[in-house]
Design a protein around this ligand. Structure first.
Ligand SMILES: Cc1cc2nc3c(=O)[nH]c(=O)nc-3n(C[C@H](O)[C@H](O)[C@H](O)COP(=O)(O)OP(=O)(O)OC[C@H]3O[C@@H](n4cnc5c(N)ncnc54)[C@H](O)[C@@H]3O)c2cc1C
Length: 440
């Protein structure tokens, strides 16, 4: 049987390669790292988390929790490794990022059916052999140009990453451990409270601080992935926008004052040993020296040592509804699959989701059997259906959410109950897909 090429060993590419290899088919997996790095990738290991180390909620009544549970049922390599590298983060699944990437790399590189090739792919051979393109939102320029040619155009815009500080540089007299509403074990988040005067001084510096030059950023700002909106752009929505966003104080009480703070910056543990913390929701494109000054106005961070400042990057995706079908293969060339953020499935787990669907279906294509289309009532199927929905004209990337899953015929008023029912239905349908596959 022919080898399948997977290009890009990020979240989607590693997952796709694993699924193919586990099905007994040989894979050639390409990545340009460590010879060449995108502006956001820094680690020589595969499946790198370029920004947050949180894979979001683990509860099945949340969209991302449901997606993860579906992926677990399908033996996802990435979710399996994430579960093993988990660090405390309340109801979320956060991981020690280095341990996680190392574990995935080890599994991939030691699999007997996977050959890993360190190379920048600059062009896709349209030779009829099966390929999966999973080069992500920061696909290198020559390949991005070629993809644009074969897809009739691709888009670029910008995303942002948050700063990371050392634990020992945080002023603990002005910080306290607590999870909102006392969820989690109480040590997952380190909170940096601010009173009104401190917040106002911080706010007025922030909105006037100098940004790093990114051409046309203001024009492109509305297109920035909402979950990665730079804090200075969010602040421009109004004086209290941050207090309703990343700096919201609800569910927290400062043990020093016994009161809810006026505003709070939350820091989340970045690694298992807890010597690094990232600033939750503080993605930014400010100049580095401005970041040091403005974040230094947060009392707990007045002497903070930044091991990484926030940065902004290009983000590329194709116009999937015109190009892909619901198994992520090209409508006009079913040997070419796409997977990951480049398809517009936005987010780490969403990238894994498209990696699994593309991988499983690349195997079926190689065996000459019909595709498996995941039901729209599952989160995996709903994402696949969304990105291939021709009725969507101005396509923008989509993350997991219950709004893309078809409703029940009857009206269910209780929102929590409805999500529980949707999750139950979705997980049963995933079991059915697995049973059908085993019995075929
Ligand atoms: C700056 C930034 C921050 C983000 N933050 C978050 C976040 O906090 N949470 C979240 O859920 N999502 C986030 N995302 C969105 C998205 O989930 C991640 O980018 C995710 O890693 C995408 O997975 P992927 O497999 O599609 O691509 P990637 O994980 O980026 O993997 C692509 C791989 O392809 C390789 N590659 C690229 N070009 C070539 C080439 N020509 N030849 C060979 N190899 C190549 C790269 O080296 C890389 O290893 C962020 C995106 C960006 C850009």
């Amino acid at each position: 049987m022919e080898k399948i090429k997977v290009i890009g060993a990020g979240l989607a590419g590693c997952e796709a390669a694993w699924q193919i290899a586990e099905a007994g088919i040989k894979v050639e997996l390409y990545d340009m790292k460590p010879r060449k790095y995108s502006p956001a990738h820094k680690s020589p290991f595969l499946c790198e988390l370029v920004c947050s180390n949180s894979l979001k909620s683990n509860e099945t009544t949340s969209a991302s929790g449901l997606l993860k549970e579906e992926l677990r049922k399908l033996n996802s390599l990435v979710v399996g490794c994430a579960d093993k590298c988990r660090i405390p983060a309340g109801g979320a699944l956060a991981v020690d990022r280095e341990k996680f990437s190392m574990m995935v790399t080890d599994k991939i590189k030691s699999h007997k059916n996977i050959s890993f090739i360190e190379k920048e792919v600059r062009k896709i051979d349209l030779d009829g052999n099966i390929k999966i393109i999973a080069t992500g939102p920061l696909t290198s320029e020559p390949l991005a140009e070629h993809i644009s040619e074969i897809c009739g155009g691709s888009l670029s815009f910008f995303d942002a990453a948050a700063p990371i500080v050392t634990a020992e540089s945080i002023d603990m007299d002005n910080a306290f451990f607590a999870s909102r509403y006392d969820k989690g074990n109480g040590e997952d988040y380190l909170n940096c409270p601010m009173d009104r005067d401190e917040y106002e001084a911080f706010y007025s510096y922030l909105i006037n601080a100098e940004r790093a030059p990114i051409k046309d950023f203001d024009v492109l700002a509305p297109k920035v992935y909402e979950g990665c909106m730079p804090v200075e752009v969010l602040a421009l929505r109004g004086k209290d926008a941050l207090r309703y966003g990343p700096m919201k104080p609800v569910g927290l009480k400062d043990p020093k004052t016994e009161k809810r703070p006026y505003a709070v910056v939350q820091l989340r543990r970045e690694n298992l040993i807890g010597n690094l913390y990232n600033m939750v929701g503080f993605q930014t494109n400010l100049k580095f020296k401005e970041q040091k000054t403005v974040f230094g106005l947060i009392p707990a961070l007045k002497n903070a040592e930044f091991v990484r400042f926030g940065v902004m990057h290009r983000n590329t995706f194709i116009d999937s509804p015109r190009i892909l079908d619901e198994v992520y293969s090209m409508k006009n060339n079913s040997s070419i699959f796409f997977a990951g953020q480049i398809t517009g499935t936005e987010g780490y787990m969403e990238s894994v989701s498209s990696g699994i669907v593309a991988g499983v279906n690349a195997v079926r294509k190689a065996r000459g059997v019909s595709s498996v289309i995941f039901p729209k009532e599952t989160m995996i199927g709903a994402l696949a259906s969304y990105i291939s929905d021709k009725s969507i004209k101005n396509f923008q990337p989509m993350g997991a959410n219950f709004g893309i899953i078809p409703d029940f015929p009857e009206k269910i008023r209780d929102k929590r109950l409805k999500k529980e029912m949707m999750a139950e239905r979705a997980l049963k349908l995933i079991d059915k897909v697995i049973n059908d596959e085993n019995n075929s």
